[in-house]
Design a binder for this molecule. Structure first.
Ligand code: 8LH
Length: 466
């Protein structure tokens, strides 16, 4: 391990009074810019340490690895690490049902648990996330480091406009901004009339930083415009987003940049993986997401074998905590899709990158007549079409023996000019996607806007119902 890797230790405890040199673009200059091979060598040692810790503190991991015939000491190469079976959400649900409330993958004493968050539970039993007291400090430190990389600085005001309560995104953003010595406004989202109040507060406070989901930023811009306030007057510098695809979808990103005049940063992995900003763009590399490999070990894997694909390839992210001690995730399968590359980053950080962000979930990909369509492709296309009204819905249904995809898009055009829009946008979308689409238009501001993560796909086919 490099002796100079700043504050590199397990279990981790960061110096809570540390702040970088104000002129440095990096929080930890060495860790962020070091030779990646040297970093990987240190990570490999850490992976063994984390696995040793988890196998001695949790029956979940011990039993899982015993069944696979492996033990932490076997992990002497990344090839060996790729043999470690992935953890699925289903396994965690079962573990929590059998060992309530936190499951037998809780590796710390229950008295150490400092925050409890969870899934919303809209599609099944909710899962609880238990975060240890020391882990929470480490999370704050890591994400403060990433906010620094985005260009936020002590004294900046950060406006958090995402749901509080169970959703970890907002709390993770808040604790990071606090550690960075920012002023945080934990505004939240989702209550009646709150978006309109957000417009008032943003115009009054003129914060430097803003956190939300990308769909919510677009909704906020619409509400501001309705109230005759130009969102550029908020004076935002950095808008960072997580929770869903959008900040890396070119036309969505441009719509947010144009509306607010701020730098758009994509970040985020999964709530279980908090510090979830371990995949994040930076001020100097604002496109895509860098994989901060010394915080969380990110792999992009073949979804069938869970072996990593070479750089340049597409696959599903698999995540491993390097510092969590409460519920460390070791090879958590995300079920998302992305592509990774290793190239020189303009910001100088030597991390791999997801140049197109995370496109979406494997489950959300629409399989239609032998073709795969990502809902984000429809979004990307429509936002670039003149007279698009800002929202759409995708309905997939079976008619006879054929699957049919219906796209219903808002338009700002009056009734008499609708057919021209339908013709132009419909045929353009069809050739963009390479599948036949039934295209319909509706009035602007008639489809539902997301207060959190958008849900634009309605799949009416029986066989895909979950
Ligand atoms: C994303 C992205 C992204 C998350 N691009 N898809 O916000 C981060 C954490 C707190 C979060 O959203 O966790 P949650 O609620 O468990 O959802 C995780 C899923 O959200 C993840 O698997 C992705 O499908 C999606 N997601 N950030 C694209 N930047």
């Amino acid at each position: 391990m490099s002796a100079r890797m700043e504050e590199w230790a397990f279990p981790t405890r960061y110096d809570q009074s540390y702040l970088p040199d104000p002129d440095s673009p990096y929080w930890f200059p060495h860790r962020e810019t070091m030779d990646p091979e040297e970093r990987n060598a240190a990570v490999l040692v850490r992976l063994r340490e984390v696995m040793e810790y988890a196998s001695t503190t949790s029956s979940f991991y011990k039993d899982k690895w015993d069944a696979a015939g492996l033990e932490p000491a076997d992990i002497t190469s990344f090839e060996a690490f790729e043999q470690v079976p992935v953890v699925t959400k289903q396994e965690m649900r079962e573990s929590q049902a059998n060992h309530p409330p936190f499951g037998d993958y809780l590796c710390c004493d229950p008295s150490e648990v400092h925050h409890i968050h969870g899934t919303s539970g809209t599609t099944g039993a909710p899962t609880a996330f238990a975060l240890g007291r020391r882990d929470w400090e480490v999370i704050a430190d890591n994400q403060a480091r990433i906010l620094w990389g985005m260009g936020l600085r002590p004294g900046d005001t950060v406006f958090v406009a995402a749901l509080f309560s169970l959703y970890l995104g907002s709390w993770g953003a808040m604790t990071a901004a606090e550690r960075l010595r920012c002023r945080v406004l934990p505004f939240g989202a989702g209550a009646q009339g709150m978006t309109s109040r957000a417009v008032t507060w943003l115009a009054r406070l003129k914060p430097a930083g803003f956190y939300a989901t990308p769909s919510y930023a677009l909704r906020l811009a619409e509400v501001a415009e309705k109230e005759k306030i130009d969102p550029r007057e908020f004076g935002l510098k950095v808008m960072f987003f997580s929770g869903e695809p959008g900040a890396s979808v070119p036309t969505v990103r441009k719509a947010i940049e144009d509306a607010f005049g701020a730098t758009v940063i994509d970040c985020g992995t999964m709530a279980e993986m908090t510090p979830f900003m371990s995949a994040s763009a930076t001020a100097g590399t604002p496109d895509g997401m860098l994989l901060w490999q010394d915080i969380v070990w990110h792999e992009v894997c073949d979804p069938g074998t869970f072996r990593t694909v070479p750089y340049g390839g597409e696959g599903t992210p698999v995540y491993t905590h390097l510092e969590r001690t409460s519920q460390p995730m070791i090879r958590l399968a995300s079920n998302d899709l992305t592509r990774w590359v290793m190239e020189d980053n303009p910001c100088g950080r030597t991390y791999p990158k997801l140049p197109d962000g995370v496109y979406g979930r494997i489950d959300d990909m629409i399989h239609i007549r032998g073709e795969n369509v990502y809902p984000t492709e429809v979004d990307n296309y429509l936002r670039g079409v003149a007279d698009y009204g800002g929202e759409h819905q995708i309905v997939v249904r079976r008619t006879g023996s054929m699957d049919e995809m219906i796209v219903r898009a808002e338009t700002t055009l009056p009734e008499g000019r609708r057919s021209e829009f339908e013709q132009r946008a419909g045929s353009g979308l069809q050739s963009f996607l390479g599948v036949r689409v039934t295209f319909e238009s509706v009035d602007a501001n008639t489809l539902e806007r997301a207060e959190h993560k958008s849900r634009r796909v309605v799949d009416e086919r029986e066989h895909t119902k979950r």
